[in-house]
Design a protein around this ligand. Structure first.
Ligand SMILES: Nc1ncnc2c1ncn2[C@@H]1O[C@H](COP(=O)(O)OP(=O)(O)OP(=O)(O)O)[C@@H](O)[C@H]1O
Ligand SMILES: [Mg+2]
Length: 291
């Protein structure tokens, strides 16, 4: 079934704490979905430009998110596709995005900043991934929370990261009440998980089960040197030599499978009756991937 006329599935990736794997997960989820034949647009909404840097795009070389949100420039004229993973396009960010407020009319509703971009992405993309800044009050973060259909939280198994999640869940409740009643939590992904820190991980899992029952992803992303290495080379782990066989690559593919499984079975997932995971090799009914 064609997804041409449907709104893309829009996922905001967030956590109010800095350095909790948001950008790493964004680029790898996009790359894994791209390998599964999906077309993904990443919009880097963070002036720190995490996704942009991870994908090897020199910041300051391209117009990008700032122009997308403050001018009438067409989305496709701002998209970077060169040297991107298969199926992935990027709207890059740069530090000047931090000054977005000076470019916006005081009468502009911040929560509608991304509306045009999502409309323009409809014909081309299956997924739009919004990599957010850790600053919850920042204009682009407000816009991402207000425009997304799904919210994906990333966390390191660390008490500080968990405190960020608590705050994020309170914000999501406010966003649902005040701006975007259809925003749903897609899940919490634990990443940078050190095998030796088992006790800490299980504490985090217990706390999460209480804050967000049923929302923790079964897949966890291990701590792996391949991840900062790929970032240093400006690519994802899939593009490293022999990358397809790295444990991190397998984990991101498993994670992408869980993401599409939850979205494809939205009603069961949201009501807590999602059938048990069958495994990535089981056929996914992609025709059920509805916006
Ligand atoms: N699974 C992992 N194994 C090893 N290092 C990781 C892993 N995940 C992320 N990192 C590293 O942790 C650091 C922070 O990750 P990342 O930039 O994705 O976080 P972030 O939440 O986007 O940060 P910010 O809030 O500053 O935007 C990076 O150096 C990244 O390479
Ligand atoms: Mg980041």
């Amino acid at each position: 079934m064609s997804t041409e006329s449907r709104q893309p599935i829009t996922i905001a990736i967030g956590n109010q704490k800095g350095g909790t794997g948001k950008s790493t997960v964004t680029v790898h989820l996009a790359a894994a979905l791209g390998l599964a034949g999906k077309r993904c647009l990443i919009i880097d909404l963070d002036p720190a430009s995490g996704s942009t840097k991870h994908l090897g795009v020199p910041i300051d070389s391209f117009a990008g998110t700032l122009e997308l949100l403050t001018t009438d420039d067409a989305l496709e004229s701002l998209v970077v596709t060169k040297d991107m993973p298969r199926g992935v396009s990027l709207i890059p960010s740069r530090p000047q995005l931090a000054e977005i407020e000076t470019h916006l009319s005081r009468f502009m509703d911040r929560s509608r900043l991304l509306e045009r971009a999502i409309q323009e992405s409809t014909a081309t993309y299956d997924f739009v991934l919004l990599d957010t800044s850790p600053s919850a009050g920042f204009a682009t973060t407000v816009a991402a929370y207000a425009e997304a259909q799904w919210f994906l939280l990333t966390a390191f198994p660390h008490p500080l990261s968990l405190a960020g999640l608590d705050e994020a869940f309170r914000d999501i409740a406010d966003v649902r009440r005040l701006r975007n009643p259809s925003l749903e939590v897609l899940g919490v992904l634990l990443t940078n998980v050190d095998r030796r820190a088992r006790r800490l991980r299980s504490q985090v899992e217990t706390s999460l089960a209480a804050i967000a029952p049923g929302r923790l992803f079964q897949t966890v992303i291990s701590q792996a040197v391949a991840i900062p290495e790929s970032s240093g080379r400006g690519c994802t782990v899939f593009q490293l030599p022999g990358g397809d066989h790295l444990p991190s690559a397998e984990q991101f593919l498993d994670f992408a499978w869980e993401v599409t499984h939850r979205i494809a079975h939205r009603d069961e997932f949201l009501s807590g009756t999602l059938p048990p995971r069958l495994g990535r090799d089981a056929p996914t009914d992609s025709t059920r991937l509805v916006a």
